[in-house]
Design a protein around this ligand. Structure first.
Ligand SMILES: [Zn+2]
Length: 373
């Protein structure tokens, strides 16, 4: 029996609103932000004054009255519910961290300039792609959209987003898996410190060179902001430039992650990676967080692409993968030791290659010898 797999992914497109539409979009975001902050204030007050915790339902039940009284400029009802759900999420995360014995910051008020998106949780209600190629957004009108690649699957939600002064629509979709021809090829993947990743077959995936250049321009933009006086127009402009630089890095990274994950999924039937979410990672593992931002976005893409293609993706415990040999012999190395040599079995490869082999071995042992060799 086949397990039913639903593939979820996002399609992001640039929007080109007119000047009037831009104002309307800004207004919708500002109103969503106002609702968010008001709901947060209400939760704080309820707790401080009555020792009462409000939940999502308590707050959503009031929306009808608020809207009826004309007190909310956010025109779509479900969109408003989504704002309250975001706040609820923030609180749930807050309480979860407390439960774990941490001391998290209380959910904070958001500034309008940083409240950057609204979500229409039911496609067709409040936002819809029209036959003329435009996106109809309730309260805004028909906004020009550049469909640079076709949307596949069933659209579930639409998020309208402001990023560094540009506007985007993100469609979250669900579709059926489209299996690729079966492959018995397998790969263990190790997060690199210098390279992006090392494969168990010895291949290294380099970080693209433009990363370095982008990092440099990011640092320049940051310094510029730091030098400008607060409140001045020059600072505003510098902040905008910094946001643009960030957006640029994000887009490049996403593009790279798409390409690499797609390439891996085409070739390999089994892919094994480390589960870097495991708590208590220490020492050498911390250094890997250098690559974190890029890695987690890569894993997200790899996960849905593997599911869609019917590939097996396994996550294994990362502890000790760089301190053992695939033959089972301990092989302690400091971070600066880049070469792996095992006196027991004679394996002599780069450190990352050895880790990738060990990751592969852990993955195969999870499968209990069911993978063809
Ligand atoms: Zn060995």
């Amino acid at each position: 029996m086949d397990t039913e797999i639903v593939v979820k992914k996002n399609f992001k497109y640039r929007l080109y609103p007119s000047a009037a539409q831009t104002i309307a979009l800004d207004t919708q975001l500002a109103e969503a932000c106002r609702l968010y902050n008001a709901a947060l204030q209400e939760r704080r007050d309820a707790y401080r004054m009555a020792g009462k915790s409000l939940n999502y339902c308590d707050q959503a039940n009031q929306l009808k009255d608020i809207r009826a009284a004309g007190d909310l400029g956010l025109v779509n009802a479900q969109c408003a519910q989504d704002v309250l759900r975001r706040l609820d999420k923030a609180f749930k995360a807050f309480f979860k961290r407390i439960k774990r014995g941490k001391t998290p910051g209380y959910p904070r008020f958001r500034s309008a300039s940083r409240y950057d998106s609204i979500t229409f949780p039911t496609y067709g209600d409040g936002a819809k792609l029209l036959d003329n190629g435009k996106l109809r957004v309730q309260g805004v009108g028909q906004v020009k959209l550049k469909l640079h690649r076709p949307i596949e699957g069933t659209i579930k939600t639409v998020t309208v987003k402001r990023e560094a002064g540009k506007w985007y629509a993100v469609f979250s979709i669900e579709c059926e898996p489209r299996p690729l021809p079966p492959s018995t090829e397998k790969a263990g993947l190790d997060v690199g410190l210098r390279a992006f990743a090392a494969l168990s077959d010895g291949t290294e995936i380099e970080n693209p060179r433009y990363y370095k250049e982008a990092q440099a321009s990011l640092r320049r933009a940051q310094r510029k902001v730091a030098r400008r006086k607060r409140g001045g127009n020059n600072r505003k402009k510098a902040v905008r430039d910094l946001q643009r630089a960030y957006a640029h890095v994000r887009n490049q990274r996403a593009d790279f992650a798409h390409k690499v994950s797609r390439g891996l999924v085409i070739v390999f039937g089994l892919i094994v990676i480390e589960n870097l979410n495991i708590k208590g990672l220490a020492g050498g593992m911390l250094a890997k967080s250098v690559n974190d931002a890029g890695w987690s976005s890569f894993i997200t893409k790899l996960t849905y692409k593997a599911a869609e293609a019917g590939r097996v993706l396994l996550k294994v415990d990362p502890r000790g993968t760089s301190q053992r040999c695939v033959c089972g012999a301990p092989n302690p190395k400091t971070l600066s030791q880049r070469w792996h040599y095992c006196e027991i079995c004679g394996l002599s490869v780069t450190r990352d290659h050895a880790s990738a082999l060990e990751i592969m071995r852990l993955g195969l042992s999870l499968l209990g010898g069911t993978w063809p060799t």
